[in-house]
Design a protein around this ligand. Structure first.
Ligand code: DP6
Length: 333
C-alpha cells in the first residue's frame, strides 16, 4: 500500500466548567457536560503516515519514542482509525508540543485531537467536525473540545453508544476579544496520578462526588450566559468555584488525589488578595499543580509579570481564545 500522510495542529483547551468522572470508562462518556476555552498559544502538531514497510507502529513525542501505557493509548487509537477506515498499514506518528507534556496544561486534549485529525485524514476518512469530536473523545475526553475554536461545550449526551456525546461551539475565537488566560508553570514534571485514574477513584470513593454532579447544571447555565454577555466577573466567579469543587472531590478521594504544590497555593492566595485590592482576576486549575488566571486583555501582561515575580512560578504565558483543529502542509517528517 502507498504511504498516506497528513499533519494536523490542535490547540489546547482549558475547562471553565470541568469534566471530572465518567459514566462509561470504555467509550469515555462523561458523567457531566463541560465548557472550555480553546487557547491560541499552546498547541500540538502531529504527522501521521500509514503504510510503507513498517512491521509495528512507531510513535514519537517531542523526539522521544513512546513506551508503555502512553504508547498503548496511541496504538489503540490508531487501531480504531484503521478499523473505521478499513485500512491495515502500520503508522509512523511524530508529535510535538510547544509546552511541557503532562504538567496539567491539557496535553492529552491537544494531543488526541491532533492525532485524530491527522490519522483520520491520512486514512482518507474526511470526517466532519462532529465526528472528529467523537473520535477525539475516544482518545481522551477533553480532546473532544479542541476540535472547535473559541468557547466550546462538550455535551455529555444520553445514548449508550456515545453517538450524541460530542462538542459544540458556543462562540468562536473572535467573540470575546478582551478575554485572556494567563497560564502559570510552577512545575513541568509529569504528574504522578493521571486524570483518568484520578477521576475513576473519585467517582468510586469521594463522598462529595454526588454534590459535584448536582451543582453542574447551574454552573453550565451561568457560564454560558457569562460567555454570551462577555461578563468576566460572572465567568471568573463560576470558573473559580467550579474548579475548587472539583479539587474538593479529588482531595476527599481514597487514596487522595492531591495535585497542588506549595506554589499552587501561593498563586491562589495571590490572585485572591490581588482581587481584594481591585485587580480583576480569577483562577482555575486542572488535574495538575499549574494555575491559570482569567483576566482582561489590558491587564494580562502586567499580571503575567506579577505572577512571574512569585517564588514558585517559573513562567507565565498569556493566551487568547484560539482556533479549532486544522490540517497543515508542514509535515514533521
Ligand atoms: C481536570 O480528558 O485528560 O482537565 O478522558 O480520561 O483522557 P480522559 O481524561 P482527560 O481529563 C481532563 C480533566 C480536567 C478537566 C477538563 O479538562 O474538563
Amino acid at each position: 500500500m502507498t504511504a498516506l500522510k497528513a499533519t494536523a495542529i490542535a490547540n489546547s483547551n482549558i475547562a471553565l466548567v470541568k469534566y471530572w468522572g465518567k459514566r462509561d470508562e470504555r467509550l469515555l462518556l462523561p458523567a457531566n457536560s463541560s465548557i472550555s476555552v480553546t487557547l491560541d498559544d499552546l498547541y500540538t502538531t502531529t504527522t501521521v503516515e500509514f503504510g510503507g514497510k513498517r512491521r509495528a507502529d512507531r510513535i514519537q513525542l517531542d523526539g522521544r519514542e513512546l513506551l508503555g501505557e502512553e504508547r498503548t493509548r496511541v496504538v489503540r487509537h490508531l487501531d480504531l482509525v484503521r478499523k473505521l477506515a478499513g485500512i491495515k498499514g502500520k503508522a509512523r506518528v511524530e508529535s510535538k508540543n510547544n509546552f511541557p507534556t503532562a504538567a496539567g496544561l491539557a496535553s492529552s486534549a491537544s494531543g488526541f485531537c491532533a492525532l485524530s485529525l491527522a490519522a483520520s485524514a491520512a486514512a482518507g476518512m474526511g470526517l466532519d467536525a462532529r465526528n472528529l469530536s467523537i473520535l477525539s473523545r475516544l482518545g481522551s475526553g477533553s480532546a473532544s473540545r479542541s476540535v472547535y475554536g473559541g468557547f466550546v461545550e462538550w455535551v455529555k449526551g444520553h445514548q449508550r453508544d456515545g453517538s450524541d456525546s460530542c462538542a459544540v461551539q458556543l462562540a468562536d475565537e473572535t467573540h470575546w476579544k478582551d478575554f485572556r488566560l494567563v497560564t502559570t508553570i510552577v512545575t513541568s514534571t509529569k504528574k504522578k496520578i493521571s486524570s483518568r485514574a484520578g477521576m475513576r477513584e473519585t467517582v468510586k470513593t469521594s463522598p462529595l462526588y454526588k454534590t459535584w454532579l448536582e451543582t453542574i447544571d447551574p454552573d453550565l447555565k451561568a457560564i454560558r450566559k457569562g460567555i454570551r454577555q462577555r461578563n468576566l466577573t460572572q465567568v471568573g466567579e463560576i470558573a473559580e468555584v467550579n474548579c475548587l469543587k472539583m479539587h474538593a472531590t479529588m482531595m476527599t478521594t481514597t487514596p487522595r488525589v492531591l495535585y497542588w504544590q506549595p506554589a499552587t497555593m501561593e498563586v491562589i492566595r495571590s490572585v485572591v488578595d490581588w482581587r481584594a485590592s481591585g485587580e480583576r482576576c480569577w483562577f482555575t486549575i486542572d488535574g495538575g499543580p499549574n494555575v491559570k488566571v482569567l483576566c482582561r486583555a489590558k491587564d494580562a501582561r502586567r499580571l503575567a509579570r506579577k505572577l512571574e515575580g512569585l517564588k514558585g512560578v517559573k513562567k507565565a504565558i498569556v493566551c487568547k481564545p484560539g482556533q479549532g483543529a486544522r490540517l497543515s502542509f508542514k509535515h514533521l517528517f
